[in-house]
Ligand binder design. Structure first.
Ligand SMILES: *Cc1c(COP(=O)(O)O)cnc(C)c1O
Length: 452
């Protein structure tokens, strides 16, 4: 297969050139979307060799690439890619296993089942939970909340699977005022409409007395409570030890959105942030954030595996289904990339202590940022730095926004602007395995310059 070899050799060379450029290249891209689109050219009239196509793709894309996998990307919450996870991802594409059914793709499903077991062990969650790997935390939240919806309605005597939602007793969904917006999006998909907001405290944590009061007004209606492990602005964790029993006493299902924060549970130093989270009913997290595997990989975990399969499973007469449950019975998708290979590879290369070190390093670097920012004239850290997020102001909103703009223009690092509690802020999110002390120091130097 000379064409395959040539194309893969070129892809390998281009990939290594890109990765080698990361330590020194500017983080923002130099070409715009339209410029890259123009460089890709028109739809060709005739076939072209794979090698030529890959060379064209590499050359056209290069100036428009953003150095997200570099150690100086602190935007949104985006992880890098561990070497073992990236290499496993290449193999995953080459193997091309549609990982839905145990009898059809035993190798990749074995990898997935081992990864599921290791994840539950690492997070300290019950070993018999159902685990599904979807495209991200949004779809993992969807998976968990679909199961939650069906279960709370079933307990109220309503079979949503048969009857849908029209005429049902309805489902109340209570969320903290600072839940992630993907929760609202998912509730739209689920036909549950806008959630009821419960007040949050100054760090963005749900106020448990306010939650208890809202729950007391439920008149026994089916209820879901969504808690959060890791606020995108402050990194704060809801008080699970207090909130979960309050919600359970009212008969509610408790879901935890821990897209980047759930892995705090894998660190002896930071596990206290998640205290009591193991008593919830479902959890969503991302492997493509804190665990540093390539996109796209989210993880949905449900304590009641049978309920998860009842909500997400399907049957086809042409499928060879295993009574133990199939991976595609626990996620929205049917055809599935074997994305678990990357999770297995990340866990296998890091081991328990490596995952703990990774998470603790994010925390240590976040504190280095907070310390450095508070020493910049006008710099003020607005959150309690308990995990991986730092939210800062540089005086007036106008000045803070100007600092964000100057950081982008400088190109040393990527920090994002946002609004939090009515103020313009600059956010720093630590999520990349390759970030070093030197990266943090170089970024602080750029911030000092931008602020001045
Ligand atoms: C990133 C994030 C999500 C959404 O995750 P995707 O993987 O982008 O779908 C949900 N909740 C929180 C708290 C997040 O940080």
């Amino acid at each position: 297969m000379p064409e395959m070899h040539e194309a893969l050799d070129a892809a390998h060379r281009l990939a290594v050139e890109w990765l080698d450029s990361l330590p020194t290249r500017r983080v923002p891209p130099t070409a715009t979307t339209d410029e890259v689109a123009a460089a890709l050219g028109d739809l060709p009239d005739h076939p072209r060799p794979a090698l030529e196509v890959i060379e064209l793709l590499g050359a056209a894309a290069e100036p428009g690439l953003t150095a997200i996998p570099s150690g100086r990307w602190y935007g949104m919450v985006m992880g890098g890619t561990l070497p073992a996870a990236l290499a496993a991802d290449w193999l995953t594409s080459a193997w091309d296993q549609n990982s839905a059914l145990r009898a059809v793709t035993p190798a990749t499903i074995a990898v997935e089942e081992v990864a599921d077991r290791w994840l539950l062990d690492l997070l300290g969650l019950p070993a018999d939970c159902g685990v599904g790997m979807a495209t991200g935390a949004t779809m993992s939240n969807f998976t968990c909340l679909a199961t939650a919806r069906d279960t709370v309605l079933r307990r109220a005597g309503w079979n949503a699977k048969e009857l849908g939602l029209v005429g049902s007793p309805g489902v109340r969904v209570l969320v903290g005022a600072e839940r992630h917006d993907s929760i609202d999006k998912v509730l739209r998909f689920l036909g549950l409409g806008h959630p009821e907001e419960v007040a949050a405290d100054e760090q963005g944590r749900i106020r448990v007395p306010a939650l208890a009061e809202a729950l007391s007004k439920g008149e026994g209606r089916p209820t879901i409570v969504v808690l959060q492990a890791g606020n995108v602005h402050s990194g704060a964790f809801d008080d699970f030890a207090e909130a979960v029993p309050v919600a359970h006493d009212a008969g509610a299902w408790v879901h935890v959105d821990g897209a980047f924060g759930l892995f705090a549970a894998a660190s002896p130093e930071l596990r206290h942030l998640t205290a009591g989270f193991e008593f919830a009913d479902s959890w969503a997290t991302d492997a493509h954030k804190t665990l540093n595997v390539p996109y796209d990989c989210g993880i949905a975990i449900v304590k009641d595996d049978a309920a998860m399969r009842a909500s997400m499973g399907m049957h086809g007469d042409y499928l060879i289904q295993d009574s133990a449950g199939e991976p595609f019975d626990r996620v929205p998708e049917m055809s599935r990339r074997a994305r678990a290979t990357t999770v297995w590879a990340a866990l296998a290369t890091l081991g328990r202590s490596g995952v703990a070190d990774l998470v603790e390093r994010f925390y240590r670097h976040a504190r280095m940022f907070a310390d450095g920012i508070s020493k910049i004239p006008g710099g003020e850290v607005l959150n309690d730095v308990v995990f991986s997020q730092v939210c800062a102001s540089f005086g007036s909103d106008e000045h803070t926004r100007e600092v964000v703009q100057r950081m982008l223009a400088d190109g040393t690092a990527w920090t994002t602007g946002s609004r939090w509690h009515g103020r313009a802020v600059l956010r720093v999110a630590l999520c990349n395995w390759s970030t070093t002390d030197a990266d943090v120091e170089a970024t602080l130097a750029a911030l000092r310059e931008a602020a001045a």
